[in-house]
Design a protein around this ligand. Structure first.
Ligand code: MRU
Length: 367
């Protein structure tokens, strides 16, 4: 997508032929800063600190992390160490394990001397694939939005989204936001309700920044406003992303998604989840018990960071000293609350049957 008229992806090979560059998402929305990764440790730090985030981009960064590791040392023991270090950075997004498995399986069969070049090629392929997958999610999602909008006599079409599942969460296009960009570009008058998404405010900071850059009308709302808006007919459709979707169609996404799905169900608002194939975990049937939920540092709850009136970046504490906090980063929305899944292969029911129809080969392989 464009930033100040220049096309960017979220991760790309640097000019030096070895390093990788990323958009540092911890500096957005107030500063657009390109950050360089040169070592395996840099890649691990970038994922764990959330300079990069979002399930597809975490997977892509892990693939690049393997390439950086192979540049330093391509012996088998280092390959395994690199994989384990990257795997330990964040537990919930299954794209991380998927990307590491995909790259490692090839590297293990590759001569030591060729491992670095092969890992680089695989990382580039994985990134290109992610862009194409998300482009297709956008196409299928556009048809869905068009269908709903056509029933409304040309009125502004209000879509609610949670967290950031835009191009910043992927290599390009995004998952939940891809259909929205396509609808906007196609002339459908979309307006987006952007949940701020405490504690790290990916909605307020990142989704709003992206939508503004592309010219899509939107308003940031507090996380608790969605139910009220739905009760008053102000939400026509919800589209969210996901970090891991169980084979049953249960959807794990940023904390608070489940409450939005409950409100949508109570108010008859269609609730869709956009996801690329690699986000499906075919090994898990029950999302509620099977998906590990990341618990992050309590500081993200007790403190808020942002731009101070002076223009400097600052962090302020918002709860009393000595009071403890817990920081659950994701929740699971049961498939019964999900109207449908928007994938690169089309839209399906949130169920094993639905997913198996679109991904027959993967569903068979999982048994
Ligand atoms: O903790 P994050 O920012 O990595 O959260 C992941 C997400 O971006 C969201 O949960 C998103 O909705 C799904 S990833 C496309």
């Amino acid at each position: 997508m464009n930033v100040n008229g220049r096309p960017y992806r979220t991760i790309w090979a640097a000019d030096d032929g070895v390093s990788v560059e990323i958009i540092d998402q911890t500096r957005l929305p107030h500063e657009f800063h390109v950050h360089r990764l040169t070592t395996l440790e840099d890649a691990c730090e970038a994922i764990a600190r959330m300079r990069v985030r979002g399930a597809p981009l975490i997977g892509a960064t892990a693939a690049w992390g393997m390439a950086l590791a192979m540049a330093a040392d391509s012996r088998p023991e280092h390959l395994q160490r690199a994989r384990a270090a990257l795997q330990a950075t964040r537990p919930t997004a299954v794209n991380l394990a998927w990307a590491l498995e995909r790259v490692s399986a090839v590297l293990i069969e590759t001569d030591t001397g060729d491992r670095y070049a092969t890992a680089r090629r695989l990382a580039m392929e994985l990134c290109d694939e992610d862009v194409e997958i998300n482009r297709r999610i956008g196409e299928h999602g556009l048809q869905l939005i068009e269908g709903f909008w056509n029933r409304g006599n040309g009125k502004v079409f209000h879509i609610l989204t949670h967290c950031n599942a835009g191009w910043l969460a992927t290599v390009d296009w995004g998952t939940a936001l891809a259909p929205i960009y396509r609808a906007h570009d196609a002339g459908i008058p979309v307006h987006v309700w952007v949940d701020e998404t405490r504690p790290r405010n990916q909605g307020a900071a990142l989704t709003a920044w992206e939508l503004a850059a592309h010219g899509v009308p939107h308003d940031v709302i507090v996380d608790n406003a969605g139910g009220h808006l739905m009760q008053h007919g102000q939400v026509d459709l919800c589209i969210v992303g996901t970090d891991r979707t169980a084979a049953s169609g249960d959807v794990c996404n940023k904390i608070g998604t489940y409450l939005k799905a409950l409100a949508a169900s109570d108010n008859g608002v269609p609730f869709y989840v956009a996801l690329p194939g690699p986000t499906i975990d075919w090994s898990i049937e029950d999302g509620l018990t099977g998906i590990p939920i990341e618990e992050r540092d309590a500081d993200e709850v007790t403190e808020v960071s942002g731009r101070l009136p002076s223009g400097d970046h600052g962090v302020v504490r918002i709860i009393p000293e000595g009071v403890s906090a817990r920081n659950f980063a994701f929740d699971v929305t049961p498939s019964r609350l999900v109207t449908g899944l928007i994938t690169e292969r089309g839209v399906c029911a949130a169920s094993r049957e639905g997913l198996s129809t679109l991904y027959p080969e993967r569903s068979r392989a999982a048994f």
